[in-house]
Design a binder for this molecule. Structure first.
Ligand code: EPU
Length: 315
């Protein structure tokens, strides 16, 4: 979340007029909704509504939204494809922005470079790279996120992580200023890009290496097979915890005998210990309690402090 607000009186639930004010500032193509349910916009399928939900259709509209939030001191949250996100049951008291209109979802290829909008799906990026005969991006195939979310989390799979293939990132700050940055200029770690907690990714240029599409396809199929063999298909947020240095979190949960452990409609997947699955009836509270149960057992029995990988937002 981008904290533009600290004053509780600026919170959106006390200001039902805010969405109307925003509407007057923006053209009709900007989608603005009040009390937008977020559960269906996350892969975990839990969580309450956003007080205000916005889909800008252009950079200028996004700049207006950012300016409005700064002036009104409203908390701003950038929603990607919701695949690494746990929204609490009370929802989000602020403005949720999603860059999913076509302007932000473009993928353009030039030589060995793919210029991708923040809203483009990582799966679509991997498919386009394959079509253009560019190798090295196959691991993105199985990550159910967007480019923006992937950058924010430094998403990874199959030994790869997105910042290994990033040439440059286009950012906008909370004053609406746009800049292009090299990855070396950003604070990038395992499953996080700290710089994107205070700035918003508009897109990135990714780099591939020329290869035969058949070889790329073979690698993608192999990754896909490995994923289906080891990870559940049911609704989840991918891995819940970051891997500690000493043991993969999934293996630890498995060794603690917690596979199948359940709180309400949330349970630990039998296929992979680092996945919490929603049986269709889970609440965010169920998932949070199950997370705490696992953390408590890891701490008590193994002295390991598990840290969540999923972003947890809302009230
Ligand atoms: N393992 C168990 N029991 C389990 C799960 C795993 O013993 O229930 C063992 C496996 O046999 C293996 C080791 O733990 O020896 C590691 O498991 P796996 O290969 O599944 O990889 P992981 O470390 O659990 C990481 C990423 C995944 C990514 C996979 C595949 C993290 C937290 N997780 O999982 O990323 O898909 O590698 O490359 O870094 C995500 O970030 O959301 C995510 C799913």
């Amino acid at each position: 979340m981008m904290e533009t607000a600290i004053d509780p009186n600026s919170r959106t639930e006390h200001r039902p007029d805010l969405a109307e004010e925003m509407r007057l500032l923006l053209p009709p193509q900007t989608i603005i909704r009040r009390k937008e349910p977020l559960a269906r916009r996350t892969t975990l399928r839990v969580g309450g509504p956003a007080d205000i939900y916005v889909e800008p259709a252009s950079i200028e509209e996004l700049q207006s939204v950012i300016k409005f939030c700064a002036e009104q001191k409203l908390p701003l949250f950038l929603l990607g494809r919701g695949s690494n996100l746990l929204v609490r049951d009370g929802g989000f008291r602020g403005v949720v922005v999603c860059l999913c209109q076509p302007h932000f979802s473009r993928i353009e290829t030039a030589g060995e470079h793919l210029s991708c909008g923040a809203g483009a799906r990582l799966k679509a990026v991997a498919a386009e790279a394959k079509r253009r005969g560019l190798a090295g991006l196959e691991f993105l195939e199985g990550i159910p996120g967007s480019v923006g979310g992937g950058l924010r989390m430094n998403a990874g799979a199959m030994g790869g992580e997105i910042f290994q293939v990033v040439e440059s990132v286009r950012l906008i700050d909370l004053k609406g200023r746009i800049e292009e940055r090299a990855p070396e200029d950003l604070v990038v770690r395992y499953r996080s890009c700290q710089s994107l907690k205070t700035q918003i990714a508009l897109g990135a240029v990714l780099r591939g290496q020329p290869a035969l599409p058949s070889q790329i396809a073979e690698r993608m199929n192999e990754f896909s097979r490995q994923r289906w063999d080891s990870q559940p298909a049911a609704p989840s947020a991918g891995c819940i915890f970051k891997n500690p240095l000493t043991i993969p979190a999934g293996k630890l949960v498995d060794e603690l005998g917690l596979k199948g452990a359940r709180v309400g409609g949330a349970y630990v997947s039998a296929e992979h210990g680092n996945f919490i699955v929603n049986d269709g009836t889970a609440t965010a509270q169920n998932i949070l309690e199950l997370i705490e149960l696992i953390r408590g057992r890891a701490r008590a029995q193994r002295g390991i402090e598990l840290e969540t990988e999923v972003e947890i937002v809302g009230d």
